[in-house]
Design a protein around this ligand. Structure first.
Ligand code: HEC
Ligand code: HEC
Ligand code: HEC
Ligand code: HEC
Length: 156
């Protein structure tokens, strides 16, 4: 009897481990640039030509790991049910969220300490326009990305 229950426990632990590892693996796989560009080919092209081709998509676009995955599942659903065609429809953009991610990389304590004038000038700049994107064409070369806008599909 005792032996039986320890076998049950071993099975439970093994199953849990497999599920956890699988989830972790899937989360990692769905955070790669290659995964993003299966649906975002236009963005990939404009990103290749931008100032940050060495920075991964998720670094600028994360809204936090949990939100990324729940929003991601919704996006897969919208795509598979043909409610949104990410290659051709105009997609929403969340400038404030992206701005926070710019700041997290470019206005770290170290940078502020090393380049106080950069910070001081930028505090002034940001009084003129609410986000970095008001002045910097960062991440994507907008000229290229805007081509998609002309290519938007007709909804009948
Ligand atoms: C299965 C297709 C698919 C994949 C894969 C995909 N997306 Fe999307 N994406 C979409 C769809 C559909 C929308 C539009 C969602 C809407 O209309 O609310 C979208 C919108 C976006 C937006 C704009 C709106 C927002 O939510 O911020 C960004 C940024 C974005 N995706 C980035 C990414 C990144 C980064 C990845 C890789 C981690 C990725 N996408 C992977 C289909 C996809
Ligand atoms: C993951 C960190 C990271 C994020 C997020 C990020 N950047 Fe950068 N950015 C860098 C690095 C690293 C460089 C230097 C690239 C190089 O010189 O090759 C750079 C370069 C730049 C440059 C060019 C600087 C120059 O010397 O020409 C600008 C402008 C810039 N980023 C603005 C932005 C803006 C705006 C955002 C938000 C949309 C952003 N960055 C998001 C890391 C980041
Ligand atoms: C009102 C316009 C404006 C806004 C808004 C703005 N910048 Fe800049 N940025 C500039 C100008 C002009 C320069 C070049 C002169 C300088 O360094 O002040 C610059 C330079 C830079 C550089 C390069 C610095 C270097 O050493 O070469 C980076 C990186 C940068 N900005 C990032 C950002 C980030 C991140 C944001 C948002 C938090 C932002 N900028 C918002 C105008 C702006
Ligand atoms: C350095 C930061 C940065 C990187 C890296 C980056 N993006 Fe973006 N992305 C932006 C900014 C800024 C915007 C908002 C521009 C706008 O509103 O037109 C944006 C907008 C988007 C959108 C919104 C819809 C649209 O207008 O296209 C999608 C989707 C997107 N990016 C996908 C991607 C994918 C996929 C990658 C990687 C191949 C990527 N981004 C890499 C900064 C970045």
């Amino acid at each position: 009897m005792k032996q039986k229950s320890s076998i049950v426990w071993i099975v439970v632990v093994v199953v849990l481990a497999v599920v956890l590892l699988g989830t972790w693996g899937l989360a990692a796989k769905t955070s790669t640039d290659n995964f993003c560009v299966t649906c975002h080919a236009y963005e990939k092209v404009s990103w290749d030509h931008g100032q940050h081709p060495d920075i991964g998509c998720i670094a600028c676009h994360t809204k936090g790991a949990f939100k990324d995955k729940t929003a991601g599942m919704r996006k897969v659903f919208l795509t598979l049910t043909d409610q949104v065609d990410p290659h051709r429809d105009n997609l929403p953009s969340y400038l404030e969220k992206t701005h926070e991610n710019c700041v997290a990389c470019h206005m770290t304590e170290e940078i502020v300490e090393m380049l106080p004038h950069f910070k001081a000038r930028h505090d002034e700049y940001l009084k003129a326009t609410p986000t970095c994107m008001g002045c910097h064409d960062a991440g994507h070369t907008l000229k290229l990305k805007d081509l998609r806008k002309d290519n938007a599909r007709l909804r009948i």
